[in-house]
Design a protein around this ligand. Structure first.
Ligand SMILES: Cc1cc2nc3c(=O)[nH]c(=O)nc-3n(C[C@H](O)[C@H](O)[C@H](O)COP(=O)(O)OP(=O)(O)OC[C@H]3O[C@@H](n4cnc5c(N)ncnc54)[C@H](O)[C@@H]3O)c2cc1C
Length: 349
């Protein structure tokens, strides 16, 4: 009996969405998966990340929950409205974790040899029945039967499929840093657990990102969210770029927050200018390309769950592509199924 020829899948982007998708797709033996990441090595821009029930569910499905530890958010003022079931995922509760911990847990589950670094996608071309041609900055090329656009907020794949779709700067920037908790110990009455501080032009968020007792000197996250940032040409590249203490500190703060900002060593703050755009009518194109994560729903960090959405997208895409085994269902139809499940979800948001 002649076996099914392998279908090649190119995932562009190695964020939580791309890594989660790689894990899920590598479990389908009829696919040959390659993940192309533009950075020369694993790099996680950002500080902490909130993970709650849905995150645990998808991490469990991916087999990647182990090693994801963080500070409990149970002492933040939050209420859970509905408990449909008392699942294991729920009982673990919400945490705020170092982003690198989530990334390492996912990376550990991606089979070896799947990820190619320093592969920045510059251009892609529809070869109709022959797949998609991908052209990278290092002047190499690849052809794939299926392409997964997991290339984040400023996705080149979204721009290629939906040429009229535009993002706009929201006027919001997030300045983020992780510092040893001990470096804030000298500040009287600084909150030592998760807290929100609301001000005229923005808010400040302080949070544990390490499990109690897990390390000798746990890290603490400070995020300064500014609502009135000026727009400037080239703002799109303000994603994880260094910001000076003067820039972060140039707002009206409670003295305790001023002290916290100035306790951060110069050069540690990173700025993330947030962009948003209209919802896409569909998440697929060219009958063989799917968008996932921030590439598919430019929500600009709203809901604080974008990484979870991205990993869920990858898992559901894998379930849809599973149907294509032995050509039982064409890829185009499988992508329709993916779109029919995820588009209404994002439409509700
Ligand atoms: C201030 C802020 C706070 C947030 N807080 C939370 C939170 O608490 N919880 C949560 O779940 N989410 C949070 N989010 C959202 C979350 O960070 C994103 O939704 C999530 O990272 C999306 O994952 P992704 O894999 O789709 O994209 P990304 O994480 O952006 O990854 C995209 C990857 O693609 C690569 N790439 C980009 N272009 C190319 C190219 N041309 N070629 C090759 N590779 C490329 C990038 O280098 C990157 O590795 C927050 C976002 C912001 C801005």
């Amino acid at each position: 009996m002649v076996g099914q020829a392998l279908t090649s899948v190119a995932i562009i982007g190695g964020g939580p969405g791309g890594l989660g998708t790689a894990i899920a797709l590598c479990q389908l033996p009829f696919l040959r998966v390659t993940l192309y990441e533009k950075n020369p090595e694993p790099r996680e821009a950002g500080a902490g990340i909130s993970l709650s029930t849905n995150a645990w569910k998808v991490l469990d499905l991916l087999g990647a929950s182990d090693g994801v530890k963080g500070g409990s958010k149970s002492n933040t003022h939050q209420s859970i409205i509905k408990h449909p079931e008392n699942s294991d995922a729920q009982s673990r509760g919400a945490i705020r974790a170092r982003r690198t911990r989530l990334q390492s847990a996912l990376l550990a589950k991606v089979p070896e040899g799947i990820i190619q670094y320093s592969k920045k996608l510059l251009f892609m071309e529809d070869l109709t029945i022959n797949g998609t041609r991908l052209v990278f900055e290092d002047q190499t090329e690849a052809i794939a039967d299926i392409v997964v656009g997991a290339d984040g907020l400023h996705s080149i794949i979204r721009k290629t499929l939906f040429t009229h779709h535009e993002l706009h700067f929201t006027g919001n920037s997030a300045f983020r840093v992780l510092v040893p908790k001990s470096s804030l110990a000298h500040i009287p009455e600084i909150t030592s657990t998760t807290s929100w501080w609301w001000g005229k032009d923005g808010h400040v968020y302080l949070s544990d990102v390490d499990e109690e007792g897990d390390t000798d000197d746990p890290l603490f996250e400070i995020t300064v969210r500014s609502y009135c940032e000026p727009h400037s040409p080239g703002k799109t590249v303000f994603w994880g770029i260094p910001a000076t203490n003067e820039k972060v500190g140039s707002r009206e703060y409670d003295q305790r927050l001023r002290d916290a900002v100035s306790a951060v060593p110069e050069g540690e703050w990173k700025e993330f200018a947030t962009f948003a755009g209209p919802r896409l009518e569909r998440l697929t194109g060219w009958k063989k390309v799917a968008l996932i994560g921030d590439a598919s729903h430019p929500l600009s960090g709203a809901f604080g769950s974008g990484a979870t959405f991205a990993m869920e997208d990858g898992w559901i895409l894998a379930r849809a592509l599973e149907l294509t085994q032995n050509a039982a269902c064409p890829v185009e139809e499988a992508l329709e199924i993916f779109d029919h499940i995820r588009s209404p979800y994002y439409s509700k948001m």
